[in-house]
Design a protein around this ligand. Sequence first.
Ligand SMILES: C=CC1=C(C)c2cc3[nH]c(cc4nc(cc5[nH]c(cc1n2)c(C)c5CCC(=O)O)C(CCC(=O)O)=C4C)c(C)c3C=C
Ligand SMILES: [Fe+2]
Ligand SMILES: [Fe+2]
Length: 343
Amino acid sequence: MVKPAVLLLNLGSPDSTSVPDVRRYLKEFLLDERVIDAPAPVRNFVVRGMILPFRPKRSSAAYAKVWTPEGSPLIVSSQQQRQAVDAGNPEVMVELAMRYGTPSIPEAIARLKAAGVTHLFIVPLYPHYAMSSYETVLVRVTEEIAAQGFAVKTETLQPFYRDDDYISALVESARPYLEEPYDLLLFSYHGIPERHLRKSDPSHAHCLCVPDCCATPNPAHATCYRHQCLETTRAFVEKAGIPEGKFAFSFQSRLGRDPWLKPYTDHMLEELPGRGVKRLRVICPAFVSDCLETLEEIAMEGKETFLEAGGEDFKQIPCLNNHPAWLRVLNDRVGLWLDSLGA
Ligand SMILES: C=CC1=C(C)c2cc3[nH]c(cc4nc(cc5[nH]c(cc1n2)c(C)c5CCC(=O)O)C(CCC(=O)O)=C4C)c(C)c3C=C
Ligand SMILES: [Fe+2]
Ligand SMILES: [Fe+2]
């Protein structure tokens, strides 16, 4: 007998804004070899010796600015997505787990196994492939399934960065913000170190090696975060009818001194008013749910940077969260998978 289930996955948040909880979360996150990819002794020294003594206090204060009575915005939004998929597929078990912190992957896998699930649809809630997001969560789930001796057939939702339905949902959710007058729409994606782009290129000969690599068709693009972000931007502006010159893209949230993907969002926000951009809209398509990086870094800190530099009107366009068009996309993908099982 076929017993299907869906596992939704996102990055995770601390259990509370307390400094010890934030420290525990950051420790698990930053000791992940796909996030800080230095050799283990270096990673341990940097994380335990240089980051954990200082960052938790700063991050705890940042989390306190966006925390809701129900908890972390990322977790609350992910729970709403889980409920919507559950309601749309009453015959299917739907679990939610986070790569770091709770609800945890081992607990979700244990529940799925105990329920006798035979077929599992793994849904990383990331539109783009990066070793520090999509890849690490998939590896962790695969490891845990093996560790628990769970004999289940799995299928994984691929990065959906230019899926027409995803782009339509993004455009529809942004529409009200684009109907007001504005000078520029900035696509701000979470950044990654440039080194990660080279590592994720199986040929090691295309990404950041060939001029204009991300615009030159290549098999490496299946795992090229930068190419996939540019494609989301291209597909969005095409569908929304946004002309050349009225949009730009950048990368936010960098950590450490290594070069990360450029241009940097914080630099853009300082420079744009000087280039005549006074009314700015910022969209963050790398995140399907609003989180610390959108609500604090962009909507609070980013806005302040832009206004102090002479900008006049700044709006962060909310992430997809529980927008009906997005929940439809999630349910459609689950429906297609169920159809493929004949369930
Ligand atoms: C969208 C996908 C993400 C990628 C790719 C990613 C890479 C990446 N992140 C860090 C370091 C930090 N990120 C932090 C928060 C955070 N990151 C993502 C998503 C991606 N990160 C999300 C959704 C969030 C928000 C979590 C929340 O609870 O709201 C943080 C923690 C906060 C802080 O202290 O600033 C860190 C640290 C690295 C180093 C990296 C790639 C190498
Ligand atoms: Fe991050
Ligand atoms: Fe590339």
